[in-house]
Design a protein around this ligand. Structure first.
Ligand code: AMP
Length: 357
């Protein structure tokens, strides 16, 4: 158990790191942020901030020396950075889950190997392979880059095989995976936390609605079909976590379909669809992630009250903060980012036990 006053290092400087830092402070820890970006909203809430490149080994070594444990909030931290740090300090969760999650093809093969059910998929390393994949998978389909895709970026939809050239150009001709289009009823998340001793707890699943590939809302209770499929999805995610000897919060995104839960993707970190847990659960995803990586007992994940609604404030949605603040039941989170841009997540708002007026 990491004693209070210890230092937790976080790789990545975004809002997830910011909310982790707040949770760490509550438990008496200091946080150091390491991120290459000029703007780090996590650093606003941290004791120390290193702005350096992911491959700057002298800076990484100095960062490791100043930390008692290191975790990450950003999915595209290079695996080599984690491996380097692991030689100097405990890194939780380890590099293996991140390595798999960074490669859509590896991720799908890994999950299918554990008995999970991803959408039908085929590797598309080059343009010629796309034609072969389309014959196998059929249309409609979605072409997704193997690496660096998030929030709907690096994706192109194909209504018919004729769209192949346009889709290939739209993803900048990067190595990709072609996925069959899943006719899902709903999208939902499974959020788990696994402690150093392997104890695993789940939060209730939210139903998630996306707009333009970006999460718009997460809400509970989810529809009955999600409740019916939650246990099967949980069992798969727990198996993934066990196989990786995972420590911390792990998120799985699923499609609820007539033939059962279809695995979409996983994130080896706290997740936007778990923001509701700050006010809506006894222990938030952020606190439990800190508890897990610090070796503390895990907190209760039970939902406090229903209904729950979390809505992201994206781009100019942030202008509605004064109005939202006038609703005394709204829990408003402003991430403190300097620049308002379309499609940028700038805050979120949560209602617990009541619906927005
Ligand atoms: P992803 O980045 O893979 O989570 O995709 C972003 C969003 O696109 C998902 O949350 C879904 O709404 C949609 N999507 C992704 N893959 C598929 C699929 N195979 N079939 C239908 N919709 C999909």
């Amino acid at each position: 158990m990491l004693p209070p006053g210890s230092t937790i290092g976080i790789l990545g400087g975004g809002q997830l790191g910011r909310m982790l830092a707040v949770a760490a402070a509550q438990l008496g820890y200091r946080v150091h942020i390491y991120a290459p970006d000029a703007e780090s909203v996590a650093a606003h809430c941290a004791a120390h901030h290193v702005q350096a490149a992911w491959d700057d080994e002298p800076r990484l070594a100095a960062f490791a020396a100043a930390c008692d444990v290191v975790t990450f909030e950003f999915e595209n931290v290079p695996v080599d950075t984690l491996r380097f740090l692991s030689g100097h300090v405990a890194v939780r969760p380890g590099a293996e889950g991140l390595e798999i999650a960074q490669d859509r093809l590896a991720e799908k093969n890994f999950v299918a190997g554990l008995g999970g059910c991803p959408a039908p998929f085929a590797a598309v390393p080059d343009r010629a392979a796309l034609d072969v994949a389309l014959e196998e998978i059929g249309a409609p389909a979605i072409l997704k880059t193997v690496r660096m895709g998030y929030d709907g970026k690096g994706q192109a939809r194909l209504a018919a095989a004729d769209d192949a050239d346009a889709a290939w150009a739209a993803i900048d001709r990067h190595a990709a995976v072609l996925e069959g289009f899943v006719a899902f009823d709903h999208e939902f998340s499974v959020l788990l936390v696994r402690g150093i001793d392997g104890e695993t707890r789940f939060w209730d699943s939210s139903v998630n609605v996306h707009a333009h590939g970006i999460l718009a809302t997460s809400s509970l209770p989810p529809p009955q079909i999600v409740l019916d499929q939650q246990d099967e999805a949980r069992a798969l995610l727990a198996e993934i976590a066990d196989a990786l000897d995972y420590v911390g919060v792990l998120t799985g995104e699923f499609f609820a379909t007539d033939s059962g839960p279809v695995f979409n993707e996983m994130a080896p970190r706290v997740h936007n669809s778990g923001h509701w847990t700050i006010e809506g659960a006894v222990t938030s995803q952020f606190e439990n992630h800190i508890r897990a990586v610090a070796g503390l007992p895990l907190g209760d994940t039970a939902t406090i009250a229903l209904p729950v609604l979390m809505r992201n404030l994206i781009g100019h949605d942030i202008d509605s903060v004064p109005t939202l603040l006038a609703d005394g039941a709204a829990h408003v989170h402003h991430y403190g980012k300097a620049e308002v841009r379309d499609g940028r997540k700038l805050g979120h708002v949560t209602w617990v036990g009541s619906s927005p007026a």
